[in-house]
Ligand binder design. Structure first.
Ligand code: NAD
Length: 321
């Protein structure tokens, strides 16, 4: 039988979150809004302070978080494979706690990382021992369950609670995580074993990276030829060029309110993270011999954008829109 760690009657459950940057902070805020009690952990003090002001508590390290009595689950939202390795397997990582001192029976990594690291961390979790008082994970199992659940929807989707989660891992773990994920998103898609959520996310970001570059190229060309990018965006959005990059996350300042392009390309999904994802895609494609010429070209383009700015800054910086 699968224990039901989360349901509407237990929304005061204690949950931990490692990484409360652009995405993690918005997701954490949704959890607080849904009634979960939250402990956050981030290397960036300011990011922690913001969440504390919103009602969360703080843990100094992922290990301190993981050994908190009563903690049901940990969600991580970290930049890259290396950060995930460190937060789970490092000296002060979640899985570094003494045997049987681990409390959360569910570990949910929402970061976008490579599927191999994802599987390695899940295997390490499966070898860990839960504290004797920790709630049962699944069918009397005394080890934590782990899933990869990378997201799509960006910061606006995280703020609105309508992210898509692409989940890989044991079906029982995805079921256990469902109420938690439903507090932050609208679609929870089961992809298969550990790592398959990451594969789905990388394929999604291949299309995203290329489509943002294509929309930016088209809008900048139109502008050079004398068309107002606002008008051209309206045409795209009611024609066959319509896509998320043009409709929801348009790269032209002022076309869509509240997105990074309308606030100096601050916040959002950094170009640095897009380059990271395109590099992961190239590596995965090399591994299986799949041709990905557009990915290779897109990476070269995003490498020319300020790494700290949102990836839609490609419109301004590369295409001079
Ligand atoms: P971010 O850089 O804004 O936030 C990451 C946070 O993790 C930072 O606050 C950093 O201090 C913290 N951190 C790093 N290592 C840590 C550690 N060992 N312990 C504790 N905290 C640590 O990144 P983001 O934009 O929130 O993206 C996070 C992940 O989500 C990435 O994998 C990204 O690819 C993915 N993602 C981002 C978006 C987006 O629009 N930003 C959309 C979908 C997916």
């Amino acid at each position: 039988m699968v224990a039901a760690p989360f349901n509407s009657s237990v929304q005061r459950l204690l949950v931990g979150m490692v990484g409360v940057g652009n995405m993690g902070a918005a997701m954490a805020t949704r959890l607080l809004g849904a009634g979960y009690r939250l402990i956050v952990c981030d290397r960036n003090e300011e990011a922690v302070n913001r969440l504390q002001a919103a009602g969360a508590k703080a843990a100094a390290t992922p290990a301190a978080l993981a050994s908190t009595p009563g903690l049901s689950a940990i969600i991580s939202m970290l930049p890259s494979s290396e950060h995930v390795r460190q937060a789970y397997l490092g000296l002060e990582g979640i899985l570094s706690v003494e045997p049987q001192e681990l409390h959360p029976h569910l570990l949910v990594d929402c970061s976008t990382i490579d599927p191999i690291t994802s599987r390695e961390v899940a295997a390490a979790a499966a070898a860990a021992q839960l504290h004797p008082n920790a709630a049962e994970a699944h069918d009397g199992q005394r080890t934590p369950l782990m899933i990869d659940a990378p997201v799509s929807g960006g910061v606006p989707g995280a703020q609105a609670g309508n992210l898509t989660f692409m989940c890989g891992g044991p079906p029982a773990a995805v079921d256990a995580a469902r109420p938690l994920l439903e507090a932050m998103g609208k679609r929870i898609i089961y992809c298969g074993d550990n790592g398959t959520g990451q594969t789905a996310k990388l394929c999604n970001n291949l299309v995203l990276g290329v489509s943002m570059a294509a929309v930016s190229e088209g809008l900048a060309l139109g502008k050079q030829l004398g068309l107002d990018p606002r008008l051209l965006s309206e045409i795209f959005n009611t024609s066959s060029a319509r896509c998320w990059s043009s409709e929801i996350y348009n790269p032209v300042p002022g076309v869509v309110e509240g997105v990074p392009s309308s606030r100096g390309y601050r916040g959002g999904f950094s170009s640095q993270l897009m380059v990271k994802d395109l590099s992961l895609i190239l590596k995965a494609a090399e591994h299986c011999g799949a041709p990905v010429p557009l990915t290779a070209e897109a990476r070269k383009l995003y490498e020319q954008v300020d790494p700290a700015l949102d990836f839609s800054a490609i419109y301004k910086q590369l295409y001079k829109g």
